[in-house]
Design a protein around this ligand. Structure first.
Ligand SMILES: Cc1cc2nc3c(=O)[nH]c(=O)nc-3n(C[C@H](O)[C@H](O)[C@H](O)COP(=O)(O)OP(=O)(O)OC[C@H]3O[C@@H](n4cnc5c(N)ncnc54)[C@H](O)[C@@H]3O)c2cc1C
Length: 448
């Protein structure tokens, strides 16, 4: 009887899983393994730990409770499990993050004679493969996305028939940590592959057609909310693209573009691993570290309603609308003059979809140190952004109860109303017009 190990990582699903299909075809029995890596576990924050625990529990249930879950260094745990079941190989979905690739090299070495076999990646198009005519990587998004759209995508695979091995290799410690994490997390979306499919179908039926217009309105909440599922591979982007591309209507193009951003940032991170925590295009700017103001930003007490609504949504749900991610990031980097990693770290601590490539490059896009060609001049005005993208004020009132008494747009400008501050909402912590001038002056100095 031959046995292979399927080591799950960012691919917590059974459908359209090329590595699983390959494992099922290669051996009589498959051992499903997940390793809670102390390094990733400790850097995830309560929300993402709880979300991972929920996704793992669903995956485990979907294979009859046979998932082996262990806590420890993968280069010790994976060989231990593979050795105990006398596996001939360990199958994985290929990795392309700096840490993931390093870890896989170490695990492959520790496995010795047992082969580590990668198949596919968490992306529709493998990072590192989209190049221009000269064979070079794209440095900006638009030409990348044009070339990316031309790459043929395989149709999704069905879930294979798998004989999941029964073992006693679960270490108990990982499950204890998962149970603890589940208690500490925020309110989470329904976990698991079926829940993701339900959510996706509802989005396609109700919101995809208008996506191009509605995606920017945080109060309407009409984006797909696929990011938490994509984060741990509960769905694969190929599955989404396959359906989106058969859809008629203008939403299709916009949705593909958003998925292309995710793929672009993975590509940029692969080619520039240091850009995870350093400027992709260094700017010799003067930065501040105003701890009390940073804390007000973290707690949603800046006095700018749309910013505070976003930061409170982040704390409560572990998620924030994309438009508001940009506005809150702009306030920290441009109005408070804080270097982007401080904000990126806070987001990664709280986001259920927290992803190094999308998050840290999203931050650099806003800060003006990333892939965007002419970005620094873009200083979001938090008040006009609020009025434009939350014209009904619904989003602000939903998350900032101190402003719930201000009807319509009034919620965005409490300073204009006599009763604006009667429920304890703070006044703005900075003068936006002044800080905008200061940000641009610092930029000018840095360029000289
Ligand atoms: C400062 C900042 C930090 C961010 N941090 C993250 C993060 O940690 N993880 C993350 O997945 N996304 C991040 N994003 C991108 C984006 O905000 C989220 O992907 C999006 O809000 C998720 O909601 P949704 O699934 O409903 O998106 P939809 O609008 O339905 O988009 C569909 C999918 O496209 C991808 N996508 C959309 N916009 C972007 C984008 N700008 N960059 C990369 N991918 C995108 C996501 O995978 C998303 O699930 C960040 C953006 C900014 C500006």
């Amino acid at each position: 009887m031959s046995t292979t190990v399927l080591w799950f990582r960012r691919d917590l699903r059974l459908r359209d899983h090329p590595a699983l299909s390959s494992a099922a075809g290669a051996a009589d029995e498959v051992v499903g393994l997940f390793v809670l890596d102390p390094l990733l576990w400790s850097s995830a924050g309560d929300a993402r730990r709880a979300w991972l625990a929920a996704c793992l529990s669903e995956l485990d249930a979907s294979i009859g409770g046979r998932l082996v879950i262990r806590y420890g260094d993968p280069s010790r745990e994976v060989p231990a499990v593979a050795g105990a079941v006398e596996a001939e190989e360990v199958q994985v979905t290929g990795e392309c993050t700096p840490y993931g690739m390093r870890r896989d090299r170490q695990v492959a070495e520790a496995l010795g004679q047992i082969r580590l076999v990668p198949t596919g990646t968490p992306y529709a198009v493998e990072p590192g493969t989209v190049v221009n005519r000269a064979g070079e990587p794209y440095r900006v998004f638009t030409p990348f996305s044009r070339a990316w759209r031309e790459v043929p995508i395989e149709p999704p695979l069905p879930a294979p028939d798998v004989s999941w091995a029964v073992t006693d290799l679960d270490d108990g410690e990982a499950r204890a940590r998962m149970a603890e994490a589940a208690e500490r997390g925020p309110d989470l979306p329904a976990a698991g592959e079926d829940a993701a499919v339900d959510r996706w179908r509802a989005f396609v039926a109700e919101d995809l057609a208008d996506y191009a217009d509605a995606r920017d309105l945080p109060g309407a909440d009409r984006t797909s909310r696929m990011s938490p599922y994509l984060r741990f591979g509960v769905v694969h982007p190929r599955q989404l693209l396959h359906q989106v591309r058969s859809h008629r209507g203008q939403g299709r193009h916009s949705y593909e573009t958003e998925l292309a951003w995710r793929e672009f940032y993975a590509d940029v991170l692969l080619r520039h691993p240091a850009s995870a925590w350093q400027d992709l295009r260094p700017l010799a700017l003067d930065y501040d570290e105003p701890e009390a103001l940073i804390e007000a930003w973290r707690r949603g007490r800046t006095g700018f309603p749309i910013v505070d609504a976003g930061m409170r949504q982040l704390a409560a749900e572990g998620w924030m609308h994309n438009r508001v991610r940009m506005i809150t990031a702009s306030l920290l980097t441009k109005d408070l003059h804080v270097w982007w990693p401080t904000g990126a770290r806070h987001f990664l601590d709280h986001l259920v979809d927290g992803d190094l490539a999308s998050n840290n490059h999203g931050w650099q896009w806003v800060a003006g140190t990333g892939t965007d060609a002419a970005p620094y001049f873009r200083v979001f005005n938090p008040v006009t952004q609020g009025l434009r993208f939350d014209p009904s004020g619904d989003y602000v009132r939903r998350w900032v109860p101190e402003l719930a008494h201000l009807a319509g747009k009034r919620a965005h400008e409490p300073w204009k109303h006599e009763d604006g501050y009667q429920h304890g909402y703070p006044e703005p912590i900075v003068d936006h017009a002044e800080e905008r001038r200061e940000a641009l002056a610092r930029y000018d100095r840095a360029r000289r």
